[in-house]
Design a protein around this ligand. Structure first.
Ligand SMILES: Cc1cc2nc3c(=O)[nH]c(=O)nc-3n(C[C@H](O)[C@H](O)[C@H](O)COP(=O)(O)O)c2cc1C
Length: 274
């Protein structure tokens, strides 16, 4: 049941909800009505687009939404956030406030998903002590693989060998960079867009994290570790039918950046009229 309700006192019969519905399941009578409940994919555009807050769906109260008018970020500041974000590879090791982690995940949950599938699973390490034991576990499993000659040739093997050797010889963690937290985004392999959904969710998490002073780094070396030690997936409690999109280490930065980098012009291929 999608619980589509119209507050007739508020509805001005503008038809915006019907016009904007991507699934075309709303029609205008005197008031908007649902003509194909099964076709609704729960995007809530009807609730979001209504100028008077007359539409409720899925039991949501439109007055509980964040009003958009006058509330959008200044574009210049947003540009600074995008350009000022850096991969953070030095962390204080302090646990983040748990409420902050929850807030970041709740915001990242608003990232778009293909066909509004909303099936991205956030597997999160919320506590530095858990992270310490995961780090030990990953390093031990990798060392075992290395001893058994189980690393692939090429750069994956080189990175993983460097990770094991750095850990064993100097206690240096080049996999998680000493971060106290880890986020892994996965989604059912049979969902419409699991790769894209997980990446977009992590990107959204990352930007909001940096806006709140939390450092992040995409964790490609951990992805390599997962590839050579696939049993880690079950160890982490990630469902076997999930595709693991990517992992991101995060935490309180022990480094401060003072300016943006300067990347130079973007690579652009303009399609012209033939
Ligand atoms: C998909 C992906 C995987 C990455 N994996 C790692 C990693 O395993 N370790 C690491 O230190 N940085 C990793 N990075 C960070 C990149 O090296 C970094 O984004 C790049 O050098 C640009 O620096 P910036 O993020 O500070 O702008 C990764 C980045 C991406 C996008």
């Amino acid at each position: 049941m999608i619980q589509f309700r119209i507050d007739e006192e508020r509805c001005i019969q503008c038809g915006e909800c019907a016009e904007d519905c991507p699934a075309e399941v709303i029609a205008m009578d005197d008031f908007p009505k649902i003509i194909n409940e099964d076709g609704c994919y729960r995007c809530q555009h009807c609730l979001a687009v209504c100028p008077t807050g007359a539409v409720s769906i899925l039991g949501r109260n439109p007055d509980a939404s964040i009003a958009l008018e006058g509330n959008m970020p200044d574009p210049g500041r947003l540009e600074t956030l995008i350009k000022g974000r850096r991969s953070v590879r030095r962390y204080t090791g302090e646990n983040l406030d748990q409420a902050l982690i929850d807030e970041l995940l709740e915001i990242a949950w608003h990232a778009p998903t293909g066909v509004n599938n909303q099936s991205v699973l956030f597997t999160v390490v919320r506590d530095g002590e858990v992270m310490d034991s995961l780090r030990e576990e990953v390093m031990a499993r990798l060392a075992e693989k290395q001893d058994a000659g189980g690393f692939p040739e090429g750069f994956v093997g080189q990175y993983l060998s460097a990770a094991v050797n750095g850990w064993q010889e100097e206690g240096r963690d080049i996999i998680f960079r000493g971060a106290p937290h880890l986020l892994i985004a996965s989604a059912p392999k049979n969902s419409p867009c699991p790769v894209q959904d997980t990446h977009i969710a992590l990107t959204t998490f990352q930007l909001m994290a940096h806006a709140r002073g939390v450092g992040t780094v995409w964790d490609g070396i951990f992805m390599m570790a997962l590839a050579v030690c696939p049993d880690l997936t079950a160890f982490l409690g990630i469902p076997a039918d999930h595709l693991i999109g990517y992992a991101m280490a995060f935490g309180e930065p022990a480094v401060e950046y003072h300016r943006t980098v300067q990347r130079g012009p973007a690579l652009v291929n303009v399609v012209r009229k033939k």
